[in-house]
Ligand binder design. Structure first.
Ligand code: ARG
Ligand code: GLU
Length: 734
């Protein structure tokens, strides 16, 4: 029996860790000493786990920053200098831009502290400590509880716990492994974070949507901020009295370069992954959810693209909307390709068969866990219908049709009117003011075309009773009738002429409300939204609770059946470490990618005046004269590189560190063929994409002339000298 079990476990481990070598995982920093240190050192790391995370003395963790709760950033000088992606600082850069001072287009560089730009509501959070609080959080919780009862007990315990631990830091408690474990995280949150520098979009967003998710990549996706603190070096509101923050630790920058096979480590705040889904849900993603969401966005993209290509004004208005629509759309299609290519489904199925066999072979395990996986699979199957409808609503109306969200934004105003709220007129005036922002980037003709494409798709999926009359009627109608209805919606929107509408709302609000309430636009939007809120979402949420319970049991079972395997929790926007090595990959048959790109490649993609591939003349000049300072490698200017670190959204702006913990890259994307790493990491094809730090320094120093910032940093190099090497002849065919 014993022997048999061990044999089974060995087999399982092989299946689980993908031929024994995959270094997947986003690891909890304080557990690295137990789980990963040895392996990381075997891969070349010269640090100890204590250097990475320590609560007793300063460690690399003190330099890692959660940037505004979404992206990651890192401290790179003793004076609070903070590095993140251009796309992470985008809205701050945009908020300081105007037609006269177009920082998005031309870049921005503060040449001294006084020129740095202050931001409203921008935070930089540093983790002070993390501790396991599972026992406290699960006190009084038992497996008989319904998901709602459990959630209520957990929430009450967390509240108590936070009140009892209150100190100077911001505390949060997060579930790991679907609530098998809870960790308390204390963060110091800085509130005065100023913009120091950003390259022009033609560098920071070079390649834009065409190159997004794609390797080879040539984007200098970085921006620079500075964290400010009060005289005691503590967080404070934005103020003249603040001074640059002195970090406990900041990252040294290594400009010695990286080679294939070098150890790399990513330290940051990955957002969400789903590594422990059962095979049938992976199949649903591949065959149902991703394809339907892609199909909906195909329609949006086709409509937008057509007009954006022929009309400059539309292109400018819709650039950022288009980027948002196309980002996930492109990722999903890569996900399907990657899941197929790595036979993810077959792998999961084979693993599950072995897992079930191992459980059956052991009476104790079977008594406890026999029904766990079948239950989990059933939950996902049962949820399928409602999740499909939910996607149809969210993608097909809520995010797809701009008119829809705009109409919903009037709901509180209409309520105020109906309840004779005394603040109604003021609310209407405020709404009128806010609307100019909406119209600035809105084209109702385009939106109407989108709705004409999306409404039939939405209707084809929506079934859950009771259906609002209008939706029922449209579902039964012919396609001509649906099309006519879209025309009616847009003709009654009262908004096509935005100025008239804003005037009306400001000057005769009660008349405006009457028009609104009688419009097909408002009525359709409220009907579909109410159906979502009252019918679709409650059912969806009840499944979420049940699935959470089942996944929790499944993880417990996995750990019991495979006691020797290391498990990492799914990403949940908490601090994690991933590690891998610099490496190219085979994208498909006969297509092999190198691990580095160079300025040659940037220039080769140059298309003058193109909105994605234009370049600043100064960069071209620097390229022509090979004026690279100490940042070149054998006369060539490195730009981006890839490595096999397991990352996801939220890792944008994460530092990529070498074996000594020195900064070598700035993470900003993944390769298209490997975006399925959120469900199934595969070392052979999953790569994260980084800007080479030498390109960052070159742009700051040589392009922007802000070398004073480089002087603030601590540069190190593995090479004997930093003397500029002579440029060799161009290797690349132009
Ligand atoms: N793909 C990256 C991410 O998921 C970059 C997105 C921003 N860039 C863009 N071209 N849309 O966030
Ligand atoms: N661009 C992503 C972000 O904003 C990172 C890419 C990824 O999903 O790995 O976080």
């Amino acid at each position: 029996m014993f022997v048999k079990r061990v044999g089974m476990l060995a087999l399982l481990s092989v299946l689980l860790i993908n031929n024994g070598m995959a270094k997947d995982g986003m690891w909890i920093p304080y557990l690295i000493s137990q789980l990963n240190e040895g392996e990381m050192q075997d891969m070349g790391m010269q640090l100890s786990a204590e250097d990475i995370y320590s609560v007793n003395h300063s460690s690399l963790k003190d330099a890692i920053v959660h940037f505004n709760g979404g992206c990651t950033a890192q401290l790179i000088s003793a004076k609070g200098l903070l590095l993140t992606n251009h796309h992470c600082g985008y809205s701050q850069i945009q908020s300081h831009s105007s037609v006269e001072k177009d920082y998005l287009k031309n870049g921005f560089w503060a040449m001294n502290g006084k020129e740095e730009l202050r931001n409203k509501k921008l935070t930089a959070a540093i983790v002070k400590y993390m501790k396991d609080v599972t026992n406290e959080v699960l006190e009084g919780v038992n497996s008989q509880m319904s998901p709602e009862e459990r959630a209520a007990s957990v929430a009450a315990n967390i509240k108590k716990l936070i009140a009892a631990n209150q100190d100077e830091y911001k505390l949060e408690v997060k579930p790991f492994f679907f609530g098998n474990q809870y960790i308390l995280i204390a963060k110091e949150v800085f509130r005065d974070v100023r913009l120091v520098g950003a390259p022009p979009s033609s560098i920071g967003k070079y390649g834009s949507d065409t190159d997004n998710w794609v390797w080879p990549r040539h984007t200098g996706d970085f921006s620079i901020f500075r964290v400010y603190a009060n005289a005691q070096n503590k967080p404070a509101d934005v103020s003249d009295d603040n001074v640059p923050y002195t970090p406990n630790q900041f990252l040294k920058v290594n400009i010695g370069g990286v080679q294939n096979g070098d150890f790399t480590m990513v330290y940051g705040f990955p957002g969400t992954t789903d590594e422990y889904l059962p095979s049938n849900e992976v199949q649903n993603i591949m065959e149902v959810y991703d394809p339907m969401r892609i199909a909906i966005r195909d329609e949006i993209i086709a409509v937008l693209d057509k007009k954006m290509r022929t009309d400059d004004a539309t292109r400018i208005k819709y650039a950022s909307k288009y980027a948002r629509v196309s980002n996930a759309w492109k990722k999903w299609s890569g996900e399907i390709v990657g899941l197929r290519a790595t036979r993810a489904l077959e792998k999961k199925q084979a693993f599950e068969a072995e897992f079930e066999k191992a459980i059956l072979a052991d009476p104790k395990l079977s008594a406890q866990y026999q029904s766990v996986l079948p239950n989990l699979k059933n939950m996902y199957e049962d949820r399928k219908e409602i999740l499909t409808e939910r996607h149809a609503f969210v993608e097909g109306l809520y995010f797809g049709v701009e008119m829809f969200r705009n109409m919903l934004s009037y709901r509180t105003l209409v309520e105020a009117y109906e309840s004779s709220d005394s603040t109604f007129e003021e609310m209407a005036a405020n709404k009128a003011k806010a609307l100019s922002g909406f119209y600035k980037n809105y084209d109702s003709e385009l939106d109407e075309k989108v709705m004409e494409k999306l409404l039939p798709i939405y209707l084809s999926y929506i079934n859950h009773q009771p259906l609002p009359d209008i939706i029922d009627k449209l579902k039964k109608g012919t396609s001509e009738e649906v099309s006519l209805y879209v025309k009616e919606v847009f003709s009654t929107m009262a908004l096509s002429n935005s100025e008239d509408w804003i005037n009306l709302l400001q000057n005769k609000p009660s008349k405006a409300i009457k028009i609104l309430k009688n419009s097909a636009a408002y009525n359709f939007s409220t009907a579909a939204f109410n159906h979502f809120v009252e019918v679709i979402n409650p059912e969806y949420r009840s499944y979420m609770g049940l699935i959470e319970n089942s996944q929790r049991e499944y993880l417990k079972a996995l750990q019991a059946v495979l006691p020797n395997k290391r498990f990492y929790p799914d990403a949940n926007s908490t601090l994690r470490v991933s590690y891998g090595k610099v490496d190219g990959y085979q994208a498909r048959d006969a297509v092999n990618y190198f691990s580095h790109t160079y300025l040659e490649g940037v220039v080769a993609k140059y298309k003058p005046a193109d909105y994605e591939f234009d370049l600043p003349q100064k960069l071209i000049d620097l390229y022509e004269t090979k004026d690279y300072g100490p940042y070149a490698e054998k006369g060539k200017m490195p730009v981006c590189f890839i490595a096999s670190n397991h990352t996801t959204g939220g890792n944008s702006g994460s530092p990529v560190l070498n074996a000594k913990g020195e900064l070598i890259g700035l993470n900003f994307d993944r390769t298209w063929e490997g975006t399925m790493s959120d469900y199934n990491f595969d070392e052979k094809r999953c790569r994260n994409i980084m800007v080479d730090l030498r390109y960052v320094l070159f742009i700051v120093d040589k392009f922007a002339g802000a070398g004073y910032l480089v002087n603030e940093m601590e540069l190190v190099s593995d090479r004997a000298t930093l003397v500029e090497e002579k440029a060799p002849a161009l290797e690349m065919a132009q």
